[in-house]
Design a binder for this molecule. Structure first.
Ligand code: AMP
Ligand code: MG
Length: 373
């Protein structure tokens, strides 16, 4: 813009018309035209656009760096519809969506025809469960409900009856008991109750990025309460984000997120039941039936949002002793875990890319995790 204005001034001076008032005026008009066209050119460049939706019971923040505000607007409208539908159809305990109906069919020992998308979602969840040694186990919906987490309000009161927990553990519901046949799903175990709370958000965020790309929005960040996927870059720089501190205030670390990556964090501070000063987290160890204790948060970065989400939950269950083994099985590379003492356990690959924003007493860097071929 400045150079266009300069060109305008230079043009007038070269023509030697400065002394004439009329010419002087026309020079000013010329200058104004140059300035305005320069301004318009600037406005045409990419800019930040942002919209917030209330979906999945959380605020979904969609940010794009684009010169297509119209397309962004349309894409956000499309995303809102898609997310509301996913919320309705995949809710574990509310309404009459596909998952609620499937859980009912399973409890009755029936098969049910499901949409190709739900079948795909459940197949992926089954595979992640297997790789996590079933520490990520979305078949434990009955346990989650027993602990009171199938409710909008945080549950209160003492923990559930130990015998009831033991009875559900005895029945050992698992994703491997699902049978997929001719577009139908059934389960060999009627106590399987599907709860996609640990997985669907990551899957949906990944899908949102793909959807934005379909509308020509190639540089974006879709953020649901700190869980996010990105595409492209923010102009000259990659997208930079902060990972929330699980115990204190603010951000524990910042990280640059590359095109197509997702960052998912599972924290037992997010939802919990509190009784006599003890917090019972919403992440349940499927082996014992009790909430996890040793981990306060786990962050996973992966190009597969669903995998990152499932893994963040699984590694929270695995805890400081077993997280590395499970992460390797799940093909992860970038993992950070904060335990109940505030010690940070981190893979060397993740350590290299994060920047701590607070002083950390103890950081334990693990052996490298091998990237998948
Ligand atoms: P996230 O915040 O992704 O760790 O997901 C936690 C939610 O997943 C809980 O609120 C439960 O609905 C469900 N959940 C709890 N424990 C598990 C588990 N071990 N495997 C799979 N889903 C779980
Ligand atoms: Mg999860």
């Amino acid at each position: 813009m400045r150079s266009r204005a300069a060109i305008g001034i230079v043009a007038c001076e070269i023509l030697g018309f400065q002394r004439s008032y009329i010419v002087h005026l026309s020079c000013r008009i010329l200058l104004l035209v140059f300035l305005l066209t320069g301004l318009t050119a600037c406005e045409r460049g990419p800019k930040d656009h942002q919209q917030t939706l209330l979906v999945f019971g959380t605020l979904l923040d969609i940010k794009a760096y684009t010169d297509k505000p119209g397309e962004f607007e349309t894409a956000v409208g499309d995303l809102e519809q898609t997310f509301q539908k996913m919320h309705r159809e995949w809710h574990a305990w509310k309404g009459e969506g596909e998952l609620v109906r499937l859980n009912r069919a399973i409890a009755q020992g029936d098969a049910m025809r499901v949409s190709p998308e739900l079948a795909d979602l459940l197949r992926q969840a089954r595979d992640h469960a297997q790789l996590s040694d079933h520490l990520f186990n979305p078949a434990i919906g009955r346990l989650v409900a027993l602990w009171g987490f199938h409710s909008d309000e945080p549950p209160g009161g003492p923990p559930p009856d130990a015998n009831k927990i033991a009875a559900l553990i005895e029945q050992a519901p698992a994703m491997s008991q699902l049978v997929f046949e001719d577009g139908q799903i059934q389960s060999s175990n009627r106590t399987v109750a599907l709860d996609l709370g640990a997985f669907a958000k990551g899957y949906a965020l990944n899908r949102a990025i793909r959807r934005l790309r379909a509308f020509g929005i190639d540089n974006a960040i879709v953020n649901a309460g700190g869980d996010l996927c990105v595409s492209g870059r923010h102009g000259e720089r990659p997208w930079a984000i902060g990972i929330r501190h699980p115990q204190g205030e603010g951000v524990i670390a910042s990280v640059d997120v590359a095109d197509g990556e997702c960052v998912l964090t599972s924290g037992n501070y997010e939802r919990y039941r509190k009784h006599e000063g003890i917090r019972y987290a919403h992440i349940i160890d499927p082996r014992s039936g009790y909430p996890v204790k040793h981990v306060t948060s786990t962050t996973v970065i992966s190009r597969d949002g669903g995998l990152a989400d499932a893994a963040a939950t699984a590694l929270s269950v695995a805890g400081p002793q077993q997280w590395h083994k499970i992460a390797a099985q799940m093909g992860l590379v970038d993992v950070m875990l904060v335990d109940e003492n505030g010690t940070v356990h981190v893979s060397p690959q993740m350590r290299q890319r994060i920047e701590f924003q607070q002083s950390i007493d103890r950081v334990l860097v693990s052996a490298p995790l091998q990237p998948q071929p």
